[in-house]
Write a protein that binds this ligand. Structure first.
Ligand code: PMV
Length: 319
């Protein structure tokens, strides 16, 4: 029996669309930061039962959720040459539905705990590839700190690695939790229709340039370049989402209101920038010395229900 902990991550250059939907091979590379303090803890044990069992936050989960977990367990069983079923117990310390990619932390923790429990000792790249099969962004929750997921030429070289450690840059993510009244379409379905947008080709064609600018901005701790490129990347991804068939509009009125505020703050000298994943909540990235001020300003805005604050987080690890 093994217990693993993994953090969710926030993408600065986004992954949207797969070239192979089943293997979750993305159409573009992406860059992210793990979120410290927020985590999924997963315990996996193989046993003599007739079927896999999944418990999340003390609730038994079946159906699609269990199927997705069993798919990863099957890959692990294949690699370890075992047939035993498994029990997976998982808990999050952050609210699910808060617009934080819980699937990234969940599948990274599952990949690590399950492979160890099956007697495997996978290296970081192998773990990242395994986690990717559950949720693409989970590949980025295996390495620590600031992470790049390379699209690779094949399944073998499609994994994530660290480009800078946690202590490299004191960035903080202030997540403004906005009330979303509509149930969101999951990212798996979203990736599958990305190519229906007439804007997706243009988005993907420009990714290498954005990756380069973002990577350099992180390595040089250049907040101004960083801010401009992450906002552009997020806006371009949402333009694709909104012009897909069927259209996916994740923003709420409060989401757009926060964009205007953040840009106004930045023009007044407060270093903060926004980015949004497949939800309505706004991740406002700033330097740690400004986090208190950003949090306070966000809490005062209409439509903001809560603000979660997280710095750069480490790699997935065994507890
Ligand atoms: O890993 P998935 O399938 O949940 O996709 C994540 C998609 C975004 O969060 C919108 C972007 C990203 O790179 O994390």
């Amino acid at each position: 029996m093994y217990t693993a902990i993994a953090h969710p991550n926030i993408a600065f250059i986004k992954y949207w669309g797969n070239r192979d939907q089943a293997l979750r091979l993305p159409v573009n590379g992406s860059i992210s930061m793990n979120l410290a303090g927020l985590y999924t803890r997963s315990t996996v044990s193989f046993n003599a039962s007739k079927s896999d069992a999944l418990v999340i936050n003390n609730h038994v989960v079946g159906g699609k959720g269990l199927e997705r977990v069993s798919y990863i367990l099957d890959l692990v069983r294949g690699m370890a040459n075992i047939t035993e079923k498994a029990e997976v117990k998982s808990e999050n310390n952050f609210p699910s539905g808060a617009g934080i990619a819980s699937s990234a932390a969940a599948f990274a923790a599952l990949a690590l705990a399950a492979s160890k429990a099956a007697g495997l000792n996978l290296n970081e790249a192998e773990l990242s590839r395994l986690a990717r099969r559950g949720s693409g962004s989970a590949s980025r929750s295996i390495p620590g700190g600031f992470v790049e997921w390379q699209m690779g030429a094949s399944e073998e070289d499609c994994f994530a690695f660290s480009i800078a450690p946690v202590e490299h840059w004191n960035l903080v993510d202030c997540v403004a939790v906005v009330n979303a009244s509509h149930k969101k379409t999951g990212s798996t379905e979203g990736h599958a229709i990305a190519a229906t947008s007439p804007l997706q080709q243009a988005r993907v064609a420009d990714v290498p340039r954005r990756l380069e600018i973002c990577r350099s901005a992180i390595l040089n701790r250049d907040f101004e370049s960083f801010a401009n490129i992450i906002e552009l990347d997020s806006d371009v991804m949402h333009a694709v989402m909104m012009t897909s068939n069927p259209p996916l509009v994740y923003w709420q009125p409060a989401t757009l209101g926060i964009f205007h505020e953040v840009r106004a703050w930045r023009s007044q000298g407060l270093p903060a920038a926004y980015t949004v994943d497949a939800g309505a909540n706004v991740h406002v990235i700033c330097l740690s010395e400004f986090a208190k001020e950003v949090e306070k300003k966000l809490r005062a805005l209409p439509g903001v229900n809560d603000v979660l604050v997280a710095g750069a987080g480490g790699a997935a690890h065994i507890e």
